[in-house]
Design a protein around this ligand. Structure first.
Ligand code: RB5
Length: 155
């Protein structure tokens, strides 16, 4: 499995920790920036977008994004078509985001959770499988919303 990682300055340290953690487990990890924790003028949408575009294009199988809260970078990632990026602060939601929502990206807040909790969240996310069935219908309904508004933008 190939995983794309992105973060703003607030998430650089946690991102590097998690990349190392997943590499040890045999995952291939690609870093889409930011590479500098001291660059406080960077903008989280840049890295949310880059990572999400890599997932959309199939360069990587899944994405993990991190900012201070996990919120801003997930909002940016979710604007890329086909992306379902969920902010998780505990493992149960991370597992369900895949089993029920077929999430292809995970977002976390480096100022919200600690390193060890983040590892359990990553384990839950990557250990889960989409259940399909009735959940597939609901995920398709989300895609329908995306397609409706990309074809017919509201004036
Ligand atoms: C940066 O200070 C902070 O706003 C950002 O990391 C993130 O938390 C935004 O949602």
């Amino acid at each position: 499995m190939k995983v794309g990682f992105g973060s703003d300055h607030a998430g650089v340290e946690l991102k590097l920790t998690l990349m190392e953690y997943l590499k040890e487990k045999g995952y291939e990890c690609v870093d889409y920036g930011n590479y500098d924790a001291n660059d406080r003028n960077d903008d989280y949408p840049v890295y949310g977008r880059k990572t999400a575009e890599a997932v959309m294009r199939g360069e990587v199988d899944k994405g993990v994004v991190i900012c201070g809260t996990g919120v801003g970078i997930s909002l940016a990632a979710n604007k890329v078509p086909g992306i379902r990026c969920c902010v998780c602060s505990e493992p149960y939601s991370a597992r369900m985001s895949v089993e029920h929502n077929n999430a292809n990206m995970l977002s976390m807040g480096a100022r919200v959770i600690g390193r060890e909790l983040a590892k359990t969240i990553v384990d839950a996310f990557f250990g889960a499988t989409f259940e399909g069935g009735r959940h597939a219908r609901r995920v398709e309904m989300i895609t329908d919303i995306e397609e409706t508004y990309s074809k017919n933008p509201v004036d």
